[in-house]
Design a protein around this ligand. Structure first.
Ligand SMILES: [Zn+2]
Length: 187
C-alpha cells in the first residue's frame, strides 16, 4: 500500500491483494475492482470515540498527544473502536488505558468525521463523541500515548491548539451548546 489521498481511497492499492496483478480499477463508489480475479474492496470509515470529561467545577479534561499524528497538540481521550466492541465499551476502555480513569456513565453527543494519517496511510474515521461522568480523578495515571493533561474552563479552550478537525468540531459544538463561544468565533 502506498500513500492514500483522503479523497482518493482507490489509490491505496497498486497491486491486487487477491491475485497480485496490477489490474485494479478505482470505481466511483469508494471501491476498487480487479479485472483479473474479481477482487472487490470497499473503503469505509473506521469508527472511533472521544470523551468529553468534566470535573466537579465544569472544567474539561484535555490531553496532549505524545506521538504523531499531531504530536504535541491538544486532544480528547479516545481512540479506535475494536472489532465486535460497542462505542460505549471502546470509550470506557480507552479512558481506562490512556488515563486509568473509570467512566461511570456516558451520553452520546454526536458524530464527527475525521482524517487520520498514520504511517503514510490516510484513514477516514467517524468519531463518536460522548459526555462522560467519571468515578474520580484521583487514580489518574497517563499511558505513553499521553504527554500530559490539562483541566481547563471551557471558555478558555484554545480551539486553534486542537490537533484534529473532528475534536475541534466536537468542542466547538459543545461550547456552542453551552453558549460559551465568543460571538466572533468562526471555524
Ligand atoms: Zn486480482
Amino acid at each position: 500500500m502506498g500513500d492514500i489521498s483522503g479523497h482518493q481511497p482507490g489509490k491505496s492499492f497498486r497491486h491486487c491483494p487477491g491475485c497480485g496483478a496490477e489490474s485494479l480499477a478505482e470505481r466511483p463508489d469508494r471501491s476498487v475492482l480487479c479485472s483479473g480475479c474479481g477482487f472487490h474492496y470497499y473503503f469505509n470509515p473506521a469508527a472511533a470515540v472521544a470523551g468529553i470529561i468534566e470535573d466537579d467545577l465544569g472544567r474539561l479534561l484535555l490531553t496532549v498527544r505524545a506521538h504523531d499524528p499531531r504530536k504535541g497538540t491538544l486532544d480528547l481521550p479516545g481512540g479506535f473502536v475494536d472489532f465486535s466492541e460497542s462505542a460505549e465499551d471502546a470509550l470506557r476502555r480507552e479512558v481506562r488505558e490512556e488515563l486509568n480513569l473509570n467512566v461511570l456513565h456516558c451520553d452520546y453527543f454526536g458524530s464527527f468525521p475525521n482524517t487520520y494519517v498514520f504511517d503514510r496511510i490516510t484513514y477516514r474515521t467517524l468519531d463518536l463523541a460522548f459526555t462522560c461522568t467519571i468515578e474520580s480523578f484521583d487514580p489518574m495515571a497517563l499511558s505513553d500515548e499521553i504527554e500530559s493533561t490539562l483541566i481547563v474552563p471551557p471558555s478558555e479552550i484554545e480551539l486553534d491548539c486542537i490537533g484534529f478537525d473532528s475534536i475541534r468540531n466536537i468542542l466547538f459544538r459543545y461550547l456552542n451548546s453551552r453558549s460559551l463561544l465568543p460571538p466572533c468565533t468562526l471555524l
